[in-house]
Ligand binder design. Sequence first.
Ligand SMILES: *Cc1c(COP(=O)(O)O)cnc(C)c1O
Length: 371
Amino acid sequence: MPASWETLANDHILGIAPYEPGKPIEELERELAIKDAIKLASNENPLPPSERVQKAIAAALGQLNRYPDGGGFYLRDALARRHGLTPDDIVLGNGSNELIELLVRAFVRPGEEVVIPHPSFVVYPMIVQAVGGIRVVVTLKEHRLDLEAMARAITPMTKMVFIANPNNPTATIVTAAEVEEFMGRVPERVIVVFDEAYIEFAQGPDFPDTLAYLRQGRKVAILRTFSKAASLAGLRVGYAVAAADCVALLNRIRAPFNVNSLAQVAALAALEDDAHILECLRMNEAGRAFLYDEFTSLGLKYTPSRANFILVDVGRSAADVYNRLLREGVIVRPMTSFGMESALRVTVGTPEENRRLMKALRKVLPEVKGA
Ligand SMILES: *Cc1c(COP(=O)(O)O)cnc(C)c1O
């Protein structure tokens, strides 16, 4: 009998469960034969890219016969100026997802440990597993990263620590003071990756300035993305900020044209569009306040959010509530796979989408028996 594909596979990947993205709107509409489904499942920006960004994309269509600028010169230059760094400190990625992968592939050797919070972004453990690294999982405390426990989890075998700030799926932050204390306990040789995908929504005097650790020469990498506040999830563009020596290593293993031309021009235009970000932040804040009120009026507990999504405890099977919401044309994320049986993660939408969500939730909740 010929060998199966599984026996041929790299051993490390056999235990990995495939990433389950939020259900696409079109898929649900096909399944239910409906037209107006809404998706509040992937923490996307409910607003489309601004006119300015769309114009920049349209203007670049005529050059699509050419490969992109593999070095992302203009975008890295603009990012460097914005952060007071040099372009050598920045590497672009096909979403910040790719940068997580490049960091792990570049630095984590088989058998080395990576400290990962849980529940958090599922991509971290997947990629660590794929390279044969050891996942050292530290459970959150009251829905927040437990930096104290994460520091204690560091051993001589630890190569890297992931800090999602704000954390997904809880939307909580770790503060500047907590991170300062943590960095004081992390050995200089350990790489700390700060995943700041939602930083625009979280800004405040208590939010850590992680670039300061880079300037101090600490082994840190800071991940940002255009997928959330900048409304460009579909184009896949993010970046890592790190020491030039680190960036040079990541450049050795990334695909030559990992960020496409449209993504580069769109991100560049988005960077100059603070008005769009401000509008999104205002809408998000109003949406959160509306949803908090609504959840409270239904007697549901939620975790106060520093991002564009909310973790809400529906007090009964989240999987059942999720499935019933689907039938109402509303896609959210059940947290069942994270071991949170009664929690949903909902993305804050437009005012109309938020009202749709609450109308559907009010309808389906009484249909599911409480825990
Ligand atoms: C959405 C998200 C990202 C961004 O992924 P992209 O690949 O940039 O779209 C990164 N980290 C976390 C924790 C996220 O939730």
